[in-house]
Ligand binder design. Structure first.
Ligand code: 5GP
Ligand code: ZN
Length: 141
């Protein structure tokens, strides 16, 4: 879903209003319309890519370069103490907009945001077996 049908492509083209934080020729950052915390921002490549894996290397490098600079500015502007960098990929992971984006989510100590991480333990040998299985599927392009 690119171009006319993609809401973030339409935001990048200025066809849908947004509160822009930063833009250059390749990257746009704007405030999330339903923020988890004040300053919650999205960073997107201007060229459409559905997910992280579909994004070309050059666009991704620029996306990360800008995100690295933007995040501390958002932390300072909001008086926060840290931030989460989140990239949802796929419906199961909570991705609702199929145009790759990083969430920058400003955080304060004990703010309760993203608080539930259901940690578990692997049975003996399972972690090693899984790591080997992952290596079998790995394609470095
Ligand atoms: P996802 O779940 O796909 O990782 O996150 C999509 C994010 O985009 C959500 O946090 C949602 O609030 C935000 N969003 C969706 N539509 C719009 C919009 O039209 N404008 C802005 N500024 N944010 C949006
Ligand atoms: Zn798009």
């Amino acid at each position: 879903m690119a171009g006319q049908d993609c809401i973030f492509c339409r935001i990048a083209k200025g066809q849908i209003p947004s509160v822009r934080v930063f833009e250059n020729d390749r990257v746009l950052s704007f405030l999330d319309i339903h923020p988890i915390s004040d300053g919650h921002a999205l960073v997107i490549p201007k060229v459409h890519a559905g997910s992280l894996s579909e994004c070309d290397e050059g666009a991704l490098a620029e996306l990360m370069r800008i995100t690295k600079c933007l995040a501390p500015a958002i932390v300072k502007a909001t008086g926060s103490e840290g931030y989460n960098l989140l990239c949802n990929n796929g419906r199961a992971a909570g991705q609702l907009v199929d145009h790759v984006h990083f969430h920058i989510i400003p955080r304060r100590l004990n703010d309760g945001v993203l608080a539930h991480w259901p940690h578990r333990d692997y049975p003996a040998g399972a972690a090693e077996a899984l790591a080997e299985k992952i290596r079998c599927h790995l394609v470095i392009s």
